[in-house]
Design a protein around this ligand. Structure first.
Ligand SMILES: NC(=O)C1=CN([C@@H]2O[C@H](COP(=O)(O)OP(=O)(O)OC[C@H]3O[C@@H](n4cnc5c(N)ncnc54)[C@H](OP(=O)(O)O)[C@@H]3O)[C@@H](O)[C@H]2O)[C@H](O)CC1
Ligand SMILES: [K+]
Length: 514
């Protein structure tokens, strides 16, 4: 799913209005009706108090139009106009008049004089600011937002939590609504998925307001949200006459005394994701461990407790390097020599990234579209400190373009960056914050590349399957007990889940059984 910018959404509005020959007010009405239907389906007329806080722009207009529909269906509402500016939008005013025609008089608020009482069991509809926020909210609006939070009421934000920008992090962290639920029009927003801004959103859902599909399809976006529909077309099925030689040969280079587990996890993940053959290249201290833990793998050794040179005669189809490898001087030399002569598809993780970061000149030797899989600490060593999430993304894009590499920024929503484009993952959970999960991911991505997936697709698909496996495993294991090896274990079901149809709603299910 594409993640559109504010400019693109405004352009889509304009295009849709012209093409469908509707007014902007009609488009606002569609938005309001969609929100109303969503709420009505869940609330079924419940007499819960609903406080609608509406700004004076089109986000506020949505709120005002929603208030009319709620009132017409007998809901218990209170409407407030958060009068932060005198520049009221045309469609806001049209809807304000419609409300007044129905004898509903909003409370106009333009300072922190007195805020209404809000009960913990009430609902707040947050329609103060939408995607048009372009400067910090006034102090009193910040206080009003504090008042929302203090009430403990459920907060439903219209389109985007008020106070969040579309393309930068907020200056005042307190002046942003912490939404329990966001109903976002047509497209989720990138800020829902970034660590500094995603914290303001518990859950979100997209409402289709019928923006022109032709326009949306043609528009290129800087970011894409990756779900099942995006990865399914990437999947390459096995053919009847294929054999282990057809499914690639992975070489994993890493490990040092006390850290052989890292290569072991990557190796088993590479096998489980479907590579035909896996060779693990480890210091001699890892030989027995690997041969015992993973009889399916072949093992090559070098040095006693750390890797001192990387020499092999096998012909791998993809190489993963760095997990548990250490950064001893001899290891760094071996790594440098290897990079200078290697032209095979490559994945670099963990200590491989640390060695790269302390010898950035080596980046010019990376084979094309090398995949780097840093966590935040490793990334900072590679690109330097960033000011905020947007600066981080800009720095990563610059690195990717400079060295033609793919950077997998690991996090709650892992973002795979290639040149100017970012792919935001939707699977995974906090149970994955556990030792070895990164090693598993590097094994998965290397294993997919070895099977013939292009490196970028392997990174995007691999990140998805890694998270999906953990999501499926969590159902029986819980967050705390999830281990990296459970994530490896679940890879088979993660593949199978790609082909599971979504569950039908109960009514359809009954009909299909008749
Ligand atoms: N296609 C869709 O998704 C549709 C979305 N709709 C809704 O429209 C909003 C966007 O509406 P817009 O009027 O452009 O913007 P806002 O409502 O967010 O803001 C209104 C104006 O407020 C001014 N502004 C910005 N920041 C501040 C601030 N800190 N303090 C005071 N005022 C501020 C700004 O105007 P200026 O000229 O003063 O700069 C904003 O324009 C979208 O989110 C949806 O909810 C439509 O209903 C249908 C289509
Ligand atoms: K809002």
């Amino acid at each position: 799913m594409k993640l559109f910018s504010a400019e693109q959404i405004y352009a889509a509005d304009k295009f849709t209005i012209a093409k469908q020959n509707i007014t902007s007010d009609e488009l606002m009405e569609r938005s309001a009706v969609q929100i109303f239907n969503w709420m009505h389906l869940r609330m079924q007329g419940a007499p819960v108090k609903i406080h609608l806080f509406c700004g004076i722009g089109n986000n506020g207009g949505d709120g005002i139009a929603l208030a009319r529909h709620l009132q017409e269906h007998g809901y218990n509402i209170a409407v407030y106009v958060v009068n932060y500016s005198t520049k009221r939008s045309k469609d806001f005013l049209i809807n304000l008049d419609r409300l007044k025609d129905r004898k509903i008089w909003p409370n106009f608020m333009d300072s922190d004089g007195e805020f209404p009482e809000i009960g913990a069991d009430d609902i707040i509809v947050d329609a103060i600011f939408g995607i048009g926020l372009n400067r910090p909210p006034a102090k009193w609006v910040g206080k009003l937002i504090d008042h929302f939070h203090a009430s403990k009421a459920f907060i439903l934000s219209v389109d985007i939590p008020s106070g969040l920008y579309m393309n930068q992090v907020p200056e005042q962290k307190d002046a942003v609504v912490r939404a329990n639920f966001v109903l976002s029009f047509q497209t989720p927003k990138l800020v829902f998925f970034l660590p500094e801004t995603g914290i303001y959103i518990d859950q979100w859902e997209v409402l289709d307001i019928g923006l022109d599909m032709e326009f949306l399809t043609a528009e290129e976006t800087d970011y894409e949200l990756i779900g099942k529909s995006e990865v399914l077309p990437m999947y390459v099925p096995r053919t009847k006459f294929s054999h282990k030689g057809t499914h690639g040969h992975v070489l994993l280079v890493g490990g040092s005394y006390g850290k052989i587990g890292a290569v072991t996890l990557a190796s088993v993940a590479a096998l489980k994701i479907g590579s035909g053959l896996v060779t693990s290249y480890v210091p001699a201290c890892g030989y027995t461990i690997l041969q015992t833990a993973l009889p399916e793998a072949m093992v090559l050794t070098d040095g006693e407790t750390a890797i001192t040179s990387i020499d092999y005669t096998i012909k791998p189809s993809a190489i993963g390097i760095g997990m548990g490898m250490g950064t001893e001087t001899q290891t760094i030399q071996a790594f440098a020599t290897f990079l200078k002569s290697n032209s095979l598809p490559l994945v670099i993780d963990a200590d491989g990234l640390n060695m790269l970061a302390s010898n950035m000149e080596l980046c010019s030797f990376l084979s094309k579209q090398t995949v780097l899989t840093p966590h935040e600490g490793e990334l900072e060593r590679l690109v330097g400190k960033w000011e905020d999430d947007f600066d981080k993304l800009a720095k990563v894009k610059a690195l990717s373009k400079k060295f033609d590499c793919i950077v997998v920024i690991k996090g709650a929503h892992t973002i795979t960056v290639y040149h100017d484009k970012g792919f935001v993952n939707t699977t995974g959970n906090p149970g994955m914050a556990t030792a070895g999960c990164g090693d598993v991911l590097s094994g998965i991505i290397t294993g997919l590349i070895a099977q013939g997936y292009e490196s970028l697709k392997a990174a995007i698909f691999g990140v998805f399957l890694h998270g999906k496996s953990a999501d499926l495993q969590i159902e029986s294991k819980g967050y705390q007990a999830l281990l990296a090896s459970d994530v490896v274990e679940g890879l088979g079901t993660a593949y199978l889940d790609l082909f599971k149809l979504p569950e039908k709603p109960p009514q359809q299910e009954a009909e299909s059984q008749e």
